[in-house]
Design a protein around this ligand. Structure first.
Ligand SMILES: NC(=O)c1ccc[n+]([C@@H]2O[C@H](COP(=O)([O-])OP(=O)(O)OC[C@H]3O[C@@H](n4cnc5c(N)ncnc54)[C@H](OP(=O)(O)O)[C@@H]3O)[C@@H](O)[C@H]2O)c1
Length: 266
């Protein structure tokens, strides 16, 4: 990865997204931060520009708004920001059973975590291809590789979509100079479980199952540099993803039934 290039990161006000911004700025990348909380973005921009010889822009935007993606693209065009790395990271979980959650909440989640990821890629990818260089990381999840669960109904489905879609694009982009990677973290320390109200449930889980955002991000940057189509963070999570592939689903369901109930809010 060359220095003095621009990376655009969604969900950059906290957790994994903010960590991507910090690690890329430390490597000399200039950054465009996207999220809703303007105060957090302003603070991060100030801190990154104070620490490193880079430029940082921020766009305070709600990605559940259907016009947000085009507005982000237009902002980059008008400011002549040529995006060489796109990190589609914004996301959250919606607890509850499918019919207990109102349609607007489902629709907004699909817009942020599925439509926005796909549309932003559709907007920024052609210029990367034309320049014959670029990196796209779609932050998916181990949840997209394991068996479906009751509760948080759309989360695993959306993350499975991201994995398949990223893999297809990765294959299409072969020899184009653009690297595409679906990054699949397991449990990671961030604001994620505070936002979806499961902190007290998941904090009962063994600390061995948790990773830091620092590790998730540094592994993710290596994976996209090496042009891995799908990268699962951590050997424990990789072992789970591999066991799910080879064991019969019935057996996996029995093995996981206890933990699914403990960590899914219905
Ligand atoms: N933490 C985990 O255990 C874990 C595991 C696997 C995968 N992941 C995935 O990792 C990604 C990052 O999550 P995280 O753990 O870093 O969670 P986090 O700390 O809660 O950060 C989520 C980010 O998404 C942004 N966001 C949420 N809704 C948005 C919207 N409507 N418009 C724009 N930005 C929005 C938030 O910013 P604002 O609130 O300021 O808008 C925030 O910056 C997600 O895709 C998540 O599914 C997380």
């Amino acid at each position: 990865m060359k220095k003095n290039q621009w990376a655009l990161i969604t969900g950059a006000s906290a957790g994994i997204g903010a960590e991507f911004a910090k690690q890329l700025a430390a490597k000399g990348w200039s950054i465009v931060l996207v999220a809703r909380r303007e105060d957090k973005l302003q603070e991060l921009k100030k801190s990154l520009e104070g620490q490193y010889a880079i430029e940082c822009h921020y766009i305070a935007k709600d990605l559940s708004e259907p016009t947000a993606n085009q507005e982000i693209f237009s902002y980059c065009q008008s400011n002549n920001l040529k995006i060489d790395m796109l990190i589609n990271n914004a996301g959250y979980g919606v607890p509850g059973d499918f019919d207990a959650v109102d349609w607007k909440t489902h629709q907004q989640m699909l817009q942020v975590m599925l439509v926005s990821v796909t549309e932003l890629t559709h907007l920024f990818y052609p210029a990367m291809k034309a320049r014959k260089k670029g990196f796209i990381i779609n932050v998916a999840s181990l949840a997209g590789l394991v068996i479906p669960t009751a509760g948080h109904t759309l989360y695993g489905a959306v993350k499975s979509y991201l994995i398949k879609y990223s893999h297809s694009l990765h294959l299409e982009a072969k020899n184009s100079g653009v690297h595409v990677t679906a990054l699949c973290p397991g449990f990671t320390y961030s604001e994620f479980h505070d936002v979806n109200g499961t902190r007290s449930m998941v904090s009962q889980m063994s600390k061995k199952m948790w990773m830091t955002a620092e590790d998730v991000v540094s592994q993710g940057l290596t994976a996209v540099k090496q042009n891995k189509p799908v990268y699962v963070n951590g050997w424990r999570n990789r072992m789970i993803a591999n066991l799910v592939k080879i064991l019969p689903e019935k057996l996996v369901r029995v093995l996981m039934s206890g933990s699914i109930k403990k960590y899914r809010k219905r």
